[in-house]
Design a protein around this ligand. Structure first.
Ligand SMILES: Cc1cc2nc3c(=O)[nH]c(=O)nc-3n(C[C@H](O)[C@H](O)[C@H](O)COP(=O)(O)OP(=O)(O)OC[C@H]3O[C@@H](n4cnc5c(N)ncnc54)[C@H](O)[C@@H]3O)c2cc1C
Length: 426
């Protein structure tokens, strides 16, 4: 098969790859994006089988996230979650222990929030989130346990590895407004579809190997084809780099290899349970000590969904049950909390396990203890041929987010544009 020759090729059409491709297009440098899946968006993946349900990223985290500019350009809208009507923390944030909702008189929610914030805003010597928690509260304190579970969930992390220092630094660097969450009304994937308009994206095209040197790269496709490129933007998730299913020849520089193994790809599962209608008391987020540690409702004209979210090692345990048993587990937990209406109105369920997804191999990244420099190292270009983007490469406090992925794509394009203006497309 003849080798196709291109100036700039982007590997991956998730939000980082699409943002990079769109910016190059706007700069008059059309790039070819190669995507292994049969859809764009990557870890942004919207299900529309019965209302809009996000199987991947769900919220825009922050009023000032760069995502908003694109939302406006696309003519999309997004809505604050929880809505103002639910904003009272007593009703919005509920806690459940051993299958029962904690009474509103409980001090556990407020103490959990306090401990969570102390870890989130930590500024001090390097230690894990779990170690830090031990210095803040006894291990058998319910609030400490809830706070650690919530950290594992939000960061998709093993809290015994999660660097409290790196987490605190990211929160201090954040400019998006972490803490305010918004649902994209027409589904997050509408944004990916908008970004992909007018771009050259080849779907069902997995890259297996990149041969590279100072003058360019040869990409080997799974279908046996080759594509030659002067510059390549690699946006594949950290999990794919760690698995070695995308090979580099010669191997990447040792600092880059070390960064790839030092950073952690966290595990996440989403468990969507569809019901005929809502049967639960009003709440926005429910924190539980069950197998599924967090739930929130999603409403549509076709009924209501309880979305179960599990991050960190607990996600792997849930995933190990398999789809049917995980659904049953979730349904049992929801029934214990809200009564038999759960089973009576249940329509269907779906477990989405990101760790077993070959093109993600995890949910999103977190920084383990001692890996504070790994994101910067991962982001560094190699030989002016290989450029790296994707949420894992964010050094601006926005890793593990959609807006961070978008910004990383733009950053990689800026790196290319600051080099000598590339030749036009071959
Ligand atoms: C369950 C879940 C919930 C989340 N919730 C939120 C949230 O509420 N808000 C938020 O801001 N962020 C959230 N995130 C994180 C957010 O989804 C990611 O940070 C972001 O989408 C990552 O974009 P990316 O472009 O870096 O990577 P990806 O979206 O993973 O894109 C990389 C692309 O590369 C492709 N690829 C991989 N290997 C190859 C190969 N060999 N050849 C060709 N293509 C390849 C993949 O198919 C993929 O499309 C969540 C993530 C998950 C998993």
């Amino acid at each position: 098969m003849p080798t196709v020759m291109r100036e700039i090729v982007i590997i991956g059409a998730g939000m980082a790859g699409l943002a990079a491709a769109q910016r190059l297009h706007q700069a008059g440098l059309p790039a070819l994006a190669l995507e292994a899946r049969q859809r764009v968006g990557g870890r942004v993946w919207t299900d529309r089988s019965r209302g809009i349900v996000e199987f991947g990223a769900e919220f825009i985290h922050g009023k000032k996230a760069v995502t908003w500019d694109l939302i406006r350009q696309a003519g999309l809208t997004a809505t604050l979650w929880p809505p103002e009507a639910l904003a009272d923390s007593a009703t919005a944030y509920r806690f459940a222990c051993q299958g029962r909702l904690l009474p509103s008189s409980s001090d556990v929610p407020a103490r959990t929030e306090n401990l969570y914030e102390l870890v989130e805003h930590y500024e001090g010597p390097e230690q894990s989130a779990a170690e830090l928690m031990i210095s803040l509260a006894p291990a058998d304190d319910l609030a400490a346990q809830f706070a650690l579970r919530r950290l594992a969930n939000v960061e998709a992390a093993d809290v015994t590895r999660l660097s409290a220092q790196a987490l605190g630094l990211d929160r201090r660097k954040d400019t998006a407004g972490w803490g305010d969450d918004f649902h994209v009304n027409d589904g997050y994937d509408s944004l990916a579809t908008f970004l992909a308009q007018g771009l050259e994206v080849r779907l069902n095209t997995a890259i297996t190997q990149i041969d590279w040197n100072e003058t360019g790269a040869m990409l080997h496709l799974a279908n046996g084809q080759t594509i030659q490129a002067r510059r390549v933007i690699v946006t594949v998730p950290l999990g794919v780099l760690q698995a070695g299913t995308l090979r580099f020849c010669p191997a990447l520089p040792p600092e880059k290899e070390q960064a790839i193994s030092a950073l952690a790809m966290g595990s996440v599962t989403k468990l969507a349970l569809w019901f005929e209608q809502a049967f639960w008391p009003p709440f926005a987020f429910l924190h539980s000590d069950g197998i599924v540690p967090a739930w929130w409702p999603v409403y549509s004209e076709q009924g209501a969904v309880l979305m179960g979210y599990t991050g960190g090692p607990a996600a792997l345990k849930l995933a190990a049950l398999g789809n049917e048993a995980a659904i049953e587990q979730g349904l049992a937990e929801v029934t214990a909390l809200f009564g038999s209406a759960a089973r009576e109105t249940f329509v269907k369920g779906q477990l989405v396990d990101w760790s077993s997804d070959p093109w993600a191999r995890g949910g999103y990244t977190y920084t383990p203890v001692g890996a504070g420099n790994a994101r910067a190292e991962l982001a560094t270009p190699v030989a002016n041929t290989l450029f790296f983007a994707g949420e894992a490469t964010c050094t601006n406090g926005h890793p593990a987010t959609v807006h961070g992925a978008i910004e990383s794509g733009w950053r990689a394009v800026d790196e290319i544009l600051t080099l000598a203006q590339p030749n036009t497309q071959v």
